[in-house]
Ligand binder design. Structure first.
Ligand SMILES: Cc1ncc(C[n+]2csc(CCOP(=O)(O)OP(=O)(O)O)c2C)c(N)n1
Length: 323
């Protein structure tokens, strides 16, 4: 990997981590309304996969969408403003965390419906195929979503029509309060790809190099007209299901062990320093710049106005072709 890519990866992972640590803190302080799910511990997946995409390519996301949105190039100021419910936010402050979208960078939306993004990505890929514009689509979703009908419908038709789409299952071991082993018929979700005649692979989702290598084969296949594939990234949800989750269903030691041994940012830093690929000055500079960037996003959000009550019924429908 060249140095620029490694620096970009680190900046993106830190941008996600600091953004979310800040959101956690501000939510608990009562400054952010609504409901928030954090992606902490899973940053390597979105970062590696999105670094293989062009701005015009599409992604669909989930209820745990900040990481995907940031990795696809959205503006953290407008994201933070949306979380604060302000008019300068992506949905003019009326959507919140689970509705952030930025069509300008191909981010087709977070989604409060588990498994809801899978067929949206297949649809975007179908549009690209019909238009012949060369764009590909990626759908990020969880292990829980892989047990929904939408997963099976989406993979089947994507395969039948050889759509340019990559399905990325982030197996973070938990589906809300349920361990994936208690709800999922297979050890590796990737094996389900065989049922839909497409390649499937398992990546160590906390090793950005591994995710990148496996995802690269799949994005290339999609670009070359080879059709869809399924990547399962094994990772771990460090935070509760949502901010404020008392987490009575798992032991604290399990989380601490993952944080200690398997934090994707820590693993990246150890490797790049050990192999002399980046210096600690490179990393510290990015840490400072990112902290600064996120704190100005908070200031921007706080200074921005709330929408007027009269705006409640505006923007509910978008005319076809308007975006
Ligand atoms: C169709 C649907 N069913 C149930 C829910 C409630 N729900 C919200 S998140 C979640 C767990 C999703 O687990 P997973 O897909 O593994 O994603 P993760 O939360 O682990 O990122 C559930 C059941 C929902 N939002 N939508």
């Amino acid at each position: 990997m060249n140095k620029d890519t490694l620096l970009r990866w680190y900046r993106t992972m830190m941008r996600i981590r600091i953004f979310e640590e800040t959101v956690n803190e501000k939510f608990l302080a009562g400054e952010i309304p609504g409901f928030v799910h954090l992606y902490i511990g899973e940053e390597a997946v979105a970062t590696a996969v999105c670094s293989l995409l062009e701005e015009s390519d599409y992604i669909t996301s989930t209820h745990r969408g900040h990481g995907h949105t940031i990795a696809k190039g959205a503006d953290v100021k407008r994201m933070m403003a949306e979380l604060y419910g302000k008019r300068t936010g992506y949905c003019k402050g009326k959507g919140g965390s689970m509705h952030i979208a930025d069509f300008g960078v191909g981010m087709l939306g977070a989604n409060g419906v588990v498994g809801g993004g899978i067929n949206l990505a297949a649809g975007a890929a179908l549009a690209s195929q019909l238009l012949g514009n060369g764009r590909i689509a990626v759908s990020f979703f969880g292990d829980g979503a892989s047990n929904r009908g939408t997963f099976h419908e989406g993979l089947n038709l994507a395969s039948v029509w050889r759509l340019p789409v990559v399905f990325v299952c982030e197996n973070n071991q938990w589906s809300s309060t349920t361990p994936y082993r208690e709800s999922t018929s297979v050890e590796d979700i990737a094996v389900r790809a065989a049922a839909y005649s497409m390649p499937g692979a398992v990546a160590d989702g906390n090793d950005i190099f591994d995710v990148y290598e496996k995802a690269a084969q799949m994005t290339q296949r999609a670009r070359e007209g080879g059709g869809p594939s399924l990547l399962e990234a094994k990772t771990y949800r460090i935070k509760g299901h949502f901010v404020g989750d008392p987490e009575k269903y798992r032991k604290r030691e399990e989380v601490m062990e993952q944080l200690d041994r398997n934090d994707p940012i820590k693993r990246f830093v150890e490797r790049v320093l050990e192999e002399g690929l980046l210096t600690s000055e490179d990393l510290t500079r990015i840490d400072h710049e990112t902290l600064e960037e996120v704190s100005s996003a908070v200031a921007f959000a706080k200074e921005s106005p709330f929408p007027e009550p009269t705006e409640a019924y505006e923007d509910l429908f978008v005319e076809a072709g308007a975006q």
